[in-house]
Each structure stands twice: as C-alpha cells, then as structure tokens.
Ligand binder design. Sequence first.
Ligand SMILES: [Zn+2]
Length: 356
Amino acid sequence: MGAEMTVRPGKSGRSGKSGRSGKSGRPGRSEKSEKSERAGTFKQKRVLYGLILILAVSVSIYAEKSFKSPSVTEQPSLSGDESGRAGAAFEEGRSAAYDWYESIPAYAGKASVPVHGNIPFFTAEEITEEVFEEYSDLDEMGRCGTAFANICREIMPTEEREPIGNVRPTGWQTVKYDVITDQYLYNRCHLIGYQLAGENANEKNLITGTRYMNVEGMLPWEDLVADYVRKSGNHVLYRVTPCFEGNNLVASGVLMEAYSVEDDGQGICFNVYCYNVQPGILIEYETGESSRDENWSPEEQKNTAYDYVLNVNTKKFHMPSCESVDDMDEKNREYFTGGRRELIEKGYEPCSRCHP
Ligand SMILES: [Zn+2]
C-alpha cells in the first residue's frame, strides 16, 4: 500500500501540471468527485505548485529588479523606475538595508565601485532643468542625510572657500597617522562639494570622511561634474547619500548619483559607492575611533595609491574605478601616479568611458 502511495502522487502530479499549464483547475474538480483521497493529494500538489509558481515569479521579479544592470554605454531608462529612491529610502531609515547596498562588495582596493550598472536611481519626475538645492535635516543622532541639487553654473561658487573648522560632524575625531598623506585621518567631507554648489560651513552637508574617501573616492567624480557643467553650461542632477549602518556615527560610505539633464545623460551619468575607509587604518564606525592596522604594510598601498591605470597596449588611461580596468589584461596594466597632462604628453589618451 505504501508503495502504491508513492506512485500515485506522481500521476496526480502530472495531471496537476497539465491542469495548471492549460485549462485552469477544472480537471481537478472532476477528480475530486471521483476519489476524495486522490483529490486530497492533488489539492496538496496544487498548493505546492502554486507556492513554487509564486516563488519563481517573485525570484524573477527580484532578479530583474536588482540585476537589471545595463552596460554603461547603454542609455539609462528613467521612466517609471521606482526601484531606486535610494536617497529617500536612506533618509527614512538611514540604517535599513536596501538591495543595492547589500550588493556592495567589501572594499578591495578600489576607492569607488559602480552601483546598479552605473545608472542613477533618479525617477523621470526628478529630471528637471529647475535649479534647486536640498539638504536633509540632521537626524536625532545629528547625522546628515541625503543632499540633492541640480548643479549648474548659477550655483557654482565664484569665491574662495571659507573655513569650515567650526562644524563637528558626527564621529569627528582629530587624529593623525604618519602613513597618511597630510597625516589627518578625517576630513570634513562635503556631500555636495564646495566647487559644485558653494556651500560652506553647512552642517547638513558635512560628514566625517577619510582623506582617502574624500580625495580618491569622491573628488574624481565631483571633478567630472564640475568640468562638464563649466564647459557645457548644462544642468547635472546630483545626489549624495551618506550610508550609516545602525547607530554608527561614521558613515560606511556614500552613494553618488549624477545625470546630465539637457543631453539625457550623454555627458554625465554615473552611480557609484565610495568607501569611507583609509588603507592602513582600522576605523570603529560606531564612534569614529581608529587605530593602526598592524597587518598592513605600506607596500600594499602601492596598488591603491595611484592616480590612473594605464593600458600600455591600447595607450588609454583610466580612472582607478573604471570598469574597463577590471577587463584589462594584467600584462597590459600599469599603475601611474602623476598628472594627466604628463600622460597625454607621453602619447596616452583618456578613456571615453570614465573620462579621466
Ligand atoms: Zn576608463
């Protein structure tokens, strides 16, 4: 009897399948009237198939949502994409987990990594030529939230920056290490850089950031936007979101999104995460306290403390964060510290993907 029972589900399973794929659940009903035992098994099967179907559908929706990573050259589709709103999302929870954040790999020598296929999370409604600047209110712990602006020539500063030393962002510590250029571990790090919006000592726009994040992570992207706006006179939607985990006073990193409005992202389109780390230093993000990483040697930094990556074969040079660097053959790769003019004089051309 037991042996027979194990055969039966196979049969009713098959009929269940055909019922599901074709003519709804009707055949199931006629079977039910025939034999209640069989119908019971069939019903269970149907429930099981239903669950599997729901699971399969939700997995595929999830997969489409989080792995919809078009190549960087592909034009971003910004219509009706509500998956993002990373800024708003972080603003509400600041510590909640979001699928893009979960997908960020651990820091591995690159100051920034692309997020969401390098396509920003702006919605179609947010694309505007209207000038604005929005800074989130500090939260109950005194932490910054998203800063969002439409960068254009009108809001770019014409004067030298004034001192910002009176602002003490959360987690701030004045501490020096001899392994760091300029020695200071932390900078008062503008979310929207001074060169873009001219915000000086605005406490809603300054976080505790490592020198490494400030200079090697954020600055190259900021420069890209500043150069583009100066040259084109166009607008660039620009949003920077600090990511605080739990009750940490120091952000783990920042999300930077940018999109040039008039040319639909042809000039500027990126979505990157910059790590708030400092090679050679261990940071306690809860408090901002720090210590030397005894296992770290300055030689390791050779792989991170460079300005550009060269392809000696194609004679192109890249930002260290460029995705092309990953695809590059190891034997063609060279790390370079110095200015871009020097490289151009040596016969190198800037990459058309990362615009170094
Ligand atoms: Zn490149």
